[in-house]
Design a protein around this ligand. Structure first.
Ligand SMILES: *Cc1c(COP(=O)(O)O)cnc(C)c1O
Length: 382
């Protein structure tokens, strides 16, 4: 489709149904498809292998990521797992250090049992990657902006290094969403999303998706999608497609409000540090401005200690104290024991996740109401 992003969000893969003209095609619940003769089918045989509703979702997200192929999964975690299954025993992977807690858990507690090894690093410069490179290195895995500290890594530079050394570069683009950045355009080989977050956008469906331009990687992954079978249901696929249509509007509002809240927090005396990519004080501000169309909807900040952070969180009313992110409703959480609880305390310290850290997922409510809620919680805490 040659249309702009907003138009593709609504229309890519979402043509009206041919038979009835239904603008919203019926959800295709059938598990099997009638063949005219043996092997003579209309593109679908069995619903794990291919499903029309899932296919529409896959085309929609592929279009938004400027990708040739999209592959739907039952969750972001199953997308991660399926990508890891592309590797072989003995392979080595270089990973950015503050990746999603569940990703770290899967690498460290599951894949290592199959003799894969992982090096975690906060420095994705070519010099450092060169130092970490081994003869058996096959993949680089990174998340940008990262979670929960919103570090921004230069996708272009890492992609060049990956290309020169024949490595597969995977970018987890969950936090930015395709509206804010398209890592394939910058040289990534595979881009994955937990579509549970911004793509779905309404906190009512768990899902994952991977996109790529490589025929070879798409074939390998489609084989694994079918063999391991971690696919999204037709209903979940439909819910995701429905949510994605408003992604551009939501991302604009999330980002606009998050920037206002980040600015507000920076002026607050009880906040020692604010992490937001489009804040001038951010370590990677210049890069974030170049690489990200907007700053995104997540803001993290440091309070003095655990007690103050916990009290503050319990005093919020409009921000729900809950895990996850990317929905229309605002959420707040305490990474050390919630989303990043599976990371050992020493490693958390190394990464820079302090005991007073709070993470906000800024929703699409009126920003003045959100700021009032934060102010009230501060007034009752400090
Ligand atoms: C939530 C999340 C995942 C895992 O996705 P699920 O859909 O929860 O399985 C992976 N990466 C990031 C950045 C996430 O936020």
């Amino acid at each position: 489709m040659n249309y702009e992003f907003e138009t593709r969000a609504v229309h890519a893969g979402q043509d009206p149904e041919k038979e009835t003209g239904a603008v919203i095609p019926a959800i295709s619940m059938s598990t099997t498809f009638r063949q005219d003769g043996v092997g003579n089918h209309k593109g679908y045989e069995y619903s794990r292998t291919g499903n029309p509703t899932r296919h529409r979702l896959e085309q929609q997200v592929a279009s938004l990521e400027n990708a040739k192929y999209g592959l739907g999964f039952a969750s972001g975690s199953s997308a991660t797992a399926s990508i890891q299954l592309m590797l072989n025993e003995g392979d080595h992977i270089i990973t950015a250090d503050d990746v999603y807690g569940g990703t770290y858990r899967f690498f460290d507690k599951v894949m290592r049992r199959f003799n894969l090894s992982y090096d975690y690093t906060g420095d994705m410069s070519k010099e450092n990657l060169q130092k970490l490179l081994k003869p058996n290195t096959r993949m680089i895995w990174m998340e940008t902006p990262s979670n929960p500290l919103l570090k921004v890594f230069d996708i272009n530079t890492v992609a060049e290094f990956a290309r020169d050394n024949n490595l597969i570069l995977v970018v987890d683009n969950t936090f930015a969403s395709p509206y804010i950045q398209n890592p394939l355009d910058l040289g990534a080989d595979l881009v994955m999303h937990s579509s549970t977050k911004y793509l779905g956008g309404h906190s009512d469906v768990v899902g994952g998706i991977v996109v790529t331009n490589s025929d070879k990687l798409a074939d390998e992954l489609r084989f694994l999608q079918n063999s391991a079978g971690a696919i999204p249901s037709p209903f979940d696929s439909w819910l995701l497609s429905r949510g994605i249509k408003t992604l551009p509007l939501r991302m604009q509002r999330h980002s606009e409000s998050a920037l206002k809240i980040a600015n507000y927090l920076e002026k607050n005396e009880s906040v020692s540090r604010v992490y937001y990519p489009h804040l001038e004080s951010h370590n990677d501000y210049q890069l974030a401005k170049e690489q990200m169309r907007l700053g995104g909807g997540i803001v993290s900040f440091d309070l003095e200690n655990k007690e103050i952070a916990e009290k503050f969180l319990s005093e919020l009313k409009l921000f729900y104290l809950a895990e996850s992110l990317g929905g229309v409703e605002s959420l707040a959480e305490y990474p050390p024991t919630m989303t990043h609880g599976s990371i050992e305390p020493e490693r958390r310290k190394e990464i820079g996740i302090n005991d007073g850290l709070v993470r906000l997922s800024v929703g699409i409510e009126n920003v003045n109401d959100l700021i009032k809620d934060i102010q009230n919680a501060f007034d009752r805490t400090i």
